[in-house]
Design a protein around this ligand. Structure first.
Ligand code: PEP
Ligand code: MN
Length: 336
């Protein structure tokens, strides 16, 4: 375990931490680096590092006996910032990704994307290959959808996020999309994770609806192991006993990830709630909890959307969301 004391921490507080370490019977050494004190100790599974995290003048604690290594915060405490053109995810700005659940036609896709562009949105979400529960529902336009993404990008300069289902399609995705999305159902697909790990494109990794934090981070670890450092995590709701929403937005995973990992984390309130009128409040809560961005499903006429109609918000509602989200971001000294 590495305990990093805050700048100019009081000697008394350093001594307090050392006292607890001694009480636990741990060996330790103390390093002083200019105005910072860093304490190194052994760690065992029965010792919860949280006891140090809340002590006065402790800036942060790095636990090094976790099995995942690359996704974990390192001693430099450097956060990963994923850059897509002039957009940064994981920096001070809250990133907004918006667009339809699925690309339905050229007309639908361009109309939504161009309206969003006029609102200042640069990152568009749009599924070409859809992972649907029922084989009898719309499965996406497939390669035709990727062609439309290519066309949209060339005409508008927008950046596009789209989900890959099969690693054989990686060359097409690499050519066309700006962020490759791994959906919740594929979070455990190791072959796909390994494949995008070797890609030069940023990856948006969605949490499976049944994944623990550890499993989620291990999936990200597979991608980082391949050399791809540009991973954005996405909380999209987990299955619980809820009977009023599609899933339950796990707000607490945002700070929990921030405490452990240097990777940015965004929230998808659309899949998390499944309900149009729950999108704005949960989005605001996500930003308040420290999310680096939102990914929201938007359509000019959600009732007619081929997929996820009930959770897709209208463009006017999206404008309202942005207005309110700006105020929350401002309160946290972040930009939107
Ligand atoms: C999506 O974002 O289009 C999607 C299918 O989400 P998830 O994988 O989270 O269900
Ligand atoms: Mn959807």
């Amino acid at each position: 375990m590495i305990i990093v004391m805050s700048k100019n921490a009081a000697n008394k507080q350093v001594e307090n931490v050392l006292m607890v370490i001694q009480k636990l019977g741990l060996e330790f050494s103390v390093l002083k680096n200019n105005d910072k004190t860093v304490i190194l100790t052994q760690q065992s599974y029965d010792i919860n590092s949280d006891i140090f995290k809340s002590m006065p003048d402790v800036e942060y604690v790095v636990t090094i006996n976790e099995d995942y290594k690359l996704v974990y915060k390192n001693v430099n405490n450097l956060e990963t910032i994923v850059k897509i053109g002039d957009v940064s995810i994981g920096a001070k700005d809250i990133a907004i990704i918006a667009g339809p659940c699925s690309i339905e036609s050229r007309e639908q896709f361009f109309k939504i994307a161009l309206t969003l562009k006029n609102l200042g949105i640069k990152l568009i979400r749009a599924g070409a290959f859809k992972f649907r529960t029922s084989p009898y529902t719309f499965q996406g336009l497939g390669y035709k959808g990727l062609d439309l993404i290519e066309e949209l990008k060339a005409e508008t300069g927008l950046f596009v996020v789209s989900e890959i289902l099969d690693y054989h399609d990686l060359p097409y995705f690499e050519k066309v999309v700006d962020i490759i999305q791994i959906g919740a159902r594929n979070m455990h697909n190791i072959n796909l994770l390994r494949a995008v790990g070797e890609s030069s494109k940023p990856v948006l990794l969605k949490r499976s609806y049944s994944a623990t934090l550890r499993e989620f981070l291990f999936s990200a670890e597979y991608i980082l192991m391949g050399g791809n450092k540009n991973v954005i995590l996405c909380e999209r709701g987990i299955r619980t006993y809820t009977d009023y929403s599609r899933n339950t937005l796990d707000i607490s995973i945002i700070p929990a990830i921030k405490q452990r990992s240097h990777l940015p984390i965004i929230v998808d309130p659309s899949h998390a709630t499944g309900k149009r009128d729950l999108i704005i409040p949960t989005s605001l809560a996500a930003i308040a909890a420290g999310a680096d961005g939102l990914m929201v499903e938007v359509h000019y006429q959600p009732e007619l959307a081929y997929s996820d109609s009930e959770q897709t918000i209208r463009l006017e509602q999206f404008e309202d969301l942005i207005k309110q989200a700006k105020r929350v971001a401002l309160a946290l000294e972040r930009n939107l």
